[in-house]
Write a protein that binds this ligand. Structure first.
Ligand code: NAP
Length: 277
């Protein structure tokens, strides 16, 4: 599994695993716990979750899947913007730790920009780092202007990542956000890399998929993973999807593939506001 270095030098797998929509239906729990376990077995050990997912249900699924193997995983969780005051992030993190059944979160993100000044949220994150409850922090759904403001806030340049909507049908961040982040050695985390399974424009993906003998979804994932400054966190609950995504990380797209995909899904030629799902 290829790795990506965070700004503090920690290497994380380039292909992680998402958990949105898990922990919502009790009868699905054992299948979802098994899915997270399978991802770990295959080396997709960066597990992304949030207090929002299933209102804590997804964190409980992750906690159960990690029982006895916490040290194998790199846990990413997120705090709601309405909990992002200095004391609010500390209280929310305590609840997340309890649901996750662990004493530390590896990377804790502000889920999207809210009304609390970012400097105050950062101050809460700094306290959590000092107390060992989180090892590092970052943000999510921050567009370029949000990132610039955050970077100038006290302690803002300690941010470890920005988790954003990015896939072959959502190339807007290539115009200014990804270059801005790359210039600061800040990797991005691409969420919904499969466009939530909708595979918009799959007809255009099919010729490339056929050339490699793989599916359109695998081409979408390999395309995101072509960049060494990106971590992808596809969600999958079906075992065959988890295996397919793992295999996609070994696919190498050549210049002809990339040119064909650029024609079908052109890169941005002007600023586009960051999308959010
Ligand atoms: N920060 C944020 O605001 C934010 C927003 C959205 C998502 N996220 C994170 O990013 C993760 C991924 O995004 P997402 O869940 O929105 O969408 P996604 O990963 O793009 O797509 C997930 C969907 O694709 C299906 N799928 C997975 N692998 C497949 C394959 N190889 N072939 C065909 N279908 C496949 C899954 O089906 P099955 O489950 O049935 O296998 C599921 O329906 C989330 O789970 C969450 O952790 C963060």
């Amino acid at each position: 599994m290829k790795t990506v270095s965070l700004p503090d030098g920690t290497a994380v797998p380039q292909l992680g695993f998402g958990t949105w929509r898990m922990g919502e239906v009790a009868s699905e729990a054992s299948r979802e716990i098994a899915a997270v376990g399978r991802a770990l077995d295959l080396g997709m050990t960066l597990i992304d979750t949030a207090e929002m997912y299933g209102e804590g249900g997804a964190e409980e699924i992750v906690g159960k899947a990690l029982a006895g193997r916490r040290d194998e995983a790199f846990i990413v969780s997120k705090v709601y913007p309405h909990n992002a005051t200095r004391q609010g992030v500390i209280d929310a993190c305590e609840r997340s730790l309890w649901r996750l059944g662990t004493d530390r979160i590896d990377l804790y993100l502000l889920h999207w920009p809210g009304s609390t000044p970012i400097a105050e949220t950062i101050s809460g994150f700094q306290q959590l780092v000092a107390d060992g409850m989180i090892l590092r922090w970052g943000v999510s759904n921050f567009d370029t202007a949000d990132m610039k403001e955050m970077w100038q806030a006290p302690g803002g340049s300690a941010c470890a990542t920005n988790q954003i909507l990015y896939n072959i049908t959502r190339r807007g961040p290539e115009y200014d956000l990804l270059p801005w982040m790359k210039g600061r050695s800040l990797p991005a985390m691409a969420y919904s890399p499969l466009e939530q399974g909708r595979r918009v424009g799959h007809l255009e993906l099919d010729p490339v998929a056929q050339r490699h003998g793989v599916t359109a979804a695998q081409i979408m994932l390999a395309w995101v993973l072509r960049r060494d400054d990106l971590i992808a966190i596809p969600k999958a609950s079906h075992p065959e999807h988890i295996t397919a995504n793992h295999d996609a990380a070994r696919l190498e797209l050549d210049e002809d593939d990339l040119a064909a995909l650029d024609r079908a899904f052109p890169p941005p030629s002007s600023k586009q506001p960051l999308g959010i799902l």
